[in-house]
Ligand binder design. Structure first.
Ligand code: PLP
Length: 810
């Protein structure tokens, strides 16, 4: 379905418009000027998302976009003579109206999924299961919000036999709007979690809200154990699984096996069947049962489903960024492949500034008809890739149509066989393939080997947290982000790329070397260096890094250095000490400071800043206020003496949360970005997860001792698990002898004996645990820090560099 501008506009409540070309064809909806693909055929929505989308109209126009949906009246439209403009009251609503209109033209079944957990995995599994005999459209990754759902509906077309759309809500009243867009014919409710976790007053309220998705659905598929029945819309029927007599699919028996699989026995219409799945955790089993029940509901026979279920695998859902051999970055996204998720992955590849060269390894896709083939070609033609390696016969049609070099392999085996002969170095490589091509085998060969303890960093969560803080700030306030100490332990350019892509204003590092590393990996944002000393002045100049100046000694040395190199207006940042008493000029120094600065054309003061010592501590409210006042007064004197305005900043994370009066022209975001909210006021997502594995489990009698110096005395017959993390990884010795708690399969266990250098021991007597199980080292960072009388900052930055970092996105 292709719409003309004319047809589209009649579907939105347009107040007035400038129509340039009513017959212009629209294929794509755009809202982010960094992600425009087919500019001439895009309709740009100026959403007030994180930033005001109206500010990106100029950029989008420059790229060739000629149609805009806007809400602001004061636009300089004369600058865009070839563009059409449509004014609406609410741009997001207009986009949703359009999505709704498009959805209504789709006459095949739409399955809507919601619930607290498991939505995405159930969606992915169902797609996988149904794909054997149907063409299935699924909303990409977690596009489940007000915006995401609208965008994903836009890609529906009659090429598909059915659609599976995920809906997620975080606030009351959101679901009604999603329901009117998705209009599911069949609903799936996965489960319901703890009430506080999602911003609802009570569990009942939460269920009631989620069930609104099914207002017009004929049937809802769900587990019976949560009591969803009481919330069922009037005309909707339920199709359930569970242990009760009234369940449509009755679960007779679930048995966990030693090898990490489970055998499940069910009855459906008097027929009993047993099948095996490669999981033991409750959540995965519930998700499998949801899929099974859905397929039975859709009329598949038990027999035909069982053999399909056996093929399900725990899905590594998210795209991962790993360090590769030969100085490569490997983006591993090897479990699904369709056009929507390919575009998301390509956008992520584009963010990677650390290498100029970019390679795409792409497998064939399921169900590419002529139209989709053309679309894929279009997407690939627009990428700035240095080469593409194709796997699978059906992609041959692309052979001589692409501007970049390409290689073709008929199968993954053939690629693996030839891999040693392909030169792969100093580049970013996106590996994108559907399950059946098991391109993860290629990724394994390209990724550097590791110690088994890893720190997983969720870049989507980081982006979420960035948006959460940004949404608190007025648009005029600039954002400086602290990436010192290896971004609080979570990475260097990997994190900075994301920040640069999200257009923060400044980065700050602790040492010049950290700044140099960022520059060498393509980061071109302004970078402030905290407390530099004379030996690094040369690198500041070479790498365009901007020093914090905190004393007369360092100021004078810098002026001498710059004068010798005939530099003018070198940017510096003045630190005022308003109470931390660490570094900085005291307010009493300001007059003399002005004298020195005024006589030094070598430098230019870009910003002046100070640091709040207790912005999150109510006991010291008065002191914080004094700091702000003293700072403001000092800057006034400084500006008067300098004769030009400077940017002022004093608020760190706690300052952003608690002191809106201290925002001034810029704020400095630190720990909050990394997911730690000391005051519990923000809805942040966890960014870092330190994980290890159980290497060995042994049964020991009462009276035995564990570890050095026999510190861990067992008072009962015990099961003791050895895990591969020790104080050399950053797990403090102070966690020994029961002080530390880790989580295995969702249950907490304590340490036994003292912590060794590379390992430690846990008491797993009371829980289900197996060798090779995953272990979460810090289940609750704030609580874990308290246990050894420290703060989360210290735990994060102490995670040793030998612990491999893995980055997830999406
Ligand atoms: C580290 C640091 C910050 C960030 O502090 P958070 O508490 O992590 O937000 C801000 N300003 C300066 C000068 C810092 O050194």
């Amino acid at each position: 379905m292709i719409y003309t501008l004319d047809a589209i506009i009649s579907q939105m409540n347009c107040k007035h418009c400038i129509m340039h070309d009513a017959a212009q064809e629209i294929y794509e909806l755009a809202y982010d000027s960094r992600k425009i693909r087919n500019a001439e055929r895009s309709l740009f929505f100026a959403l007030k998302h994180v930033r005001d989308g109206h500010t990106f109209i100029a950029d989008a126009y420059k790229q060739g976009v000629r149609a805009f949906v806007v809400s602001r009246e004061d636009l300089p439209v004369e600058r865009y003579p070839q563009a059409s403009f449509f004014w609406v009251a609410d741009v997001l609503l207009a986009l949703q109206q359009l999505a709704r209109y498009h959805r209504d033209k789709f006459n095949r079944p739409v399955i809507g999924i919601t619930g607290s957990n498991g939505k995405t995995i159930v969606k992915e599994w169902l797609t996988q299961l149904l794909q054997e005999d149907k063409k299935v459209y699924q909303s990409p990754k977690s596009y489940n919000s007000q915006l995401g759902v609208a965008l994903s509906l836009w890609d529906l077309s009659d090429d598909y036999d059915c659609a599976i759309i995920e809906a997620g809500i975080s606030l009351p009243d959101e679901m009604e709007n999603l329901e009117t867009m998705i209009r599911p014919d069949i609903g799936i409710m996965t489960n319901i979690g703890a009430a506080h976790a999602e911003g609802f007053a009570s569990k009942a309220r939460k269920i009631a809200e989620k069930m609104k998705l099914f207002k017009h659905a004929k049937d809802v598929i769900c587990p019976s154990r949560y009591g969803f029945e009481a919330y069922l819309p009037e005309k909707t029927r339920m199709f359930t699984f569970g242990e009760g007599e009234q369940d449509d699919v009755k679960v007779l028996h679930v048995e966990e096996r030693q090898d990490g699989s489970s055998s499940i026995q069910v009855v459906y219409q008097q027929e009993i069947a047993t099948f095996t799945v490669p999981f033991v955790d409750k959540a995965s089993i519930e998700n499998v049962l949801t899929c099974l029940t859905t397929l039975l509901f859709l009329g598949y026979s038990l027999d035909s489903i069982l053999h399909r279920l056996g093929r399900l695998r725990p899905l590594e859902m998210r795209l991962q960024l790993k360090t590769g051999r030969n100085n490569c970055s490997i983006i591993d996204d090897t479990y699904s492949n369709d056009l929507a998720s390919l575009q998301i992955a390509l956008d992520f590849l584009r963010q990677q500034q650390q290498h100029k060269n970019k390679t795409l390894i792409l497998s064939a896709m399921e169900g590419l008809d002529d139209k989709l083939q053309t679309k894929l070609l279009g997407i690939l033609q627009q990428q700035n890739l240095s080469r593409i390696i194709f796997v699978g016969d059906t992609l041959q049609y692309l052979a001589d149509k692409l501007p970049m070099p390409s290689l073709f392999f008929a199968s993954t085996e053939e690629l693996l066989h030839n891999l040693p002969h392909i030169s792969i170095a100093n580049e970013s490589i996106l590996i994108k393939g559907s399950r059946r091509f098991h391109l993860e085998d290629v990724s394994k060969l390209l990724v550097a080997k590791s110690h088994e303890t890893v720190l997983e960093i969720n870049l989507s969560a980081l982006e979420h947290n960035l948006k959460a803080y940004r949404s608190m700030l007025p648009a005029s306030v600039k954002l400086m982000v602290m990436v010192k100490a290896f971004s609080y332990g979570s990475g260097s350019y990997e994190v900075a790329n994301l920040l640069q892509f999200n257009k923060v204003d400044y980065l700050t590092v602790a040492f010049a070397d950290e700044g140099v590393e960022l520059r060498q990996h393509g980061i071109d944002l302004p970078i402030m260096v905290l407390s530099p000393d004379e030996p690094v002045f040369e690198s500041l100049l070479t790498f365009n890094l901007e020093p914090e100046i905190y004393s007369f000694r360092i100021l004078k040395a810098l002026i001498v250095f710059l004068a010798a190199r005939k530099q003018k207006d070198f940017p510096i940042h003045i630190k005022i000490d308003t109470g931390m008493h660490r570094l900085g000029f005291l307010p009493a120094d300001v007059d003399e400071l002005v004298n020195v600065l005024a006589a030094a054309p070598e430098i230019k003061v870009k910003t002046v800043f100070s640091h709040l010592v207790a912005a999150g501590n109510e006991q010291h409210t008065e002191f914080t206020q004094q700091q702000i006042t003293s700072f403001t007064q000092s800057v006034e004197r400084l500006e008067a003496g300098l004769g030009y305005p400077v940017i002022r900043h004093i608020a760190n994370t706690s300052g952003i949360t608690n002191w809106s009066s201290a925002y001034m022209e810029m704020v400095r975001l630190g720990i909050g970005l990394y997911g730690v909210d000391m005051e519990g006021k923000m809805a942040l997502e966890k960014v870092s997860e330190l994980k290890t594995t159980i290497t060995q489990i042994k049964e020991l009698p009462a009276g035995a001792t564990v570890g050095y110096d026999r510190k861990g005395v067992l008072h009962r017959p015990s099961r003791i698990a050895t895990v591969k993390i020790g104080y050399a990884d950053g797990y403090s010795r102070r966690y020994g002898e029961g002080v530390g708690e880790m989580a295995i399969n969702g249950q907490k266990v304590k340490t036994v004996g003292s912590i060794c250098m590379d390992m430690c021991m846990l008491d797993v007597t009371d829980i289900v645990a197996h060798e090779l199980d995953e272990v979460i080292v810090f289940p609750d960072l704030i609580d874990d820090a308290k246990r050894i009388d420290t703060i989360p900052y210290e735990l994060l930055v102490n995670i040793a560099s030998r612990v491999k970092r893995i980055y997830f996105y999406g």
